[in-house]
Ligand binder design. Sequence first.
Ligand SMILES: Nc1ncnc2c1ncn2[C@@H]1O[C@H](COP(=O)(O)OP(=O)(O)OP(=O)(O)O)[C@@H](O)[C@H]1O
Length: 265
Amino acid sequence: MPAAFPSSSDTAPILEARGLVRAFGGLRAVDGMSLVLGRGEMVGLIGPNGAGKTTFFNLLAGSLVPDSGAIMLGNRDIARERPEKRIGAGLGRTFQIPKPFREMTVLENVLTGAQGQSGEGILANFLSPSRVRVEEHRAAERARELLDFVRLSHLTHEPAAVLSGGQRKLLELARVLMADPSVLLLDEPAAGVNPALLELIIDRVRLLNAQGRTVLLIEHNMDMVSRLCERVVVMAEGSLLAEGAPAQVLARKDVAEAYLGQVAA
Ligand SMILES: Nc1ncnc2c1ncn2[C@@H]1O[C@H](COP(=O)(O)OP(=O)(O)OP(=O)(O)O)[C@@H](O)[C@H]1O
């Protein structure tokens, strides 16, 4: 049967999870989850509440270490590397509930996403102050460009505390983009966002993918998933239940039952 969506075999894999397991006490939140993301793909990760999606993201991004399994970013197993190292290797991740530094300005918050600046070392600052200044200038320029990209320029010098929920999601996206990730893990970018901002988020995510960035998107908003993704992956009880084109996957009986189980539970 010809593939109706770009399967992982169509493009070179950029990120691959192999048999990931992570338990909390007796509960295997992620239980043998595997997934291959092709370079430049945009894939939706769906599944009922408690299926293990966020835990899976935490394993990919490094805020949790798996009990077993591998995570290949290109040819390198990053499963036991620190989160900062993964960011440096091109993996960016947003959170379901972004928590900006409320007292800092919107611009300062974006700048916290800058990676590996010389000025972070006191010695470098002392030995090469002009290089540090150039880097700081470039970072500020990039942060302003990103604020423009997410349409928050008018709030550049406001404290992040003034932002709405949707604007916080956009700020978080800009912060993550400071490190210029090649793979973006987006955890429920549409949750709690008003319809106007939702369209902007959809448009920006589409553009980021068109720039060649690979996107894995956890989302309960199926309309958004269907509009953005040619392939969806369904997790249930910690592992892969189904994958394929959104319409085909959503029509499957076992997928419907997994969601119904959630209602019944
Ligand atoms: N730190 C933790 N300690 C104990 N249990 C946890 C922890 N994190 C997650 N769990 C449990 O692991 C399971 C999977 O949770 P997870 O948040 O990964 O699911 P999810 O698919 O992201 O759900 P949702 O769609 O509601 O966000 C749940 O039963 C949850 O209660």
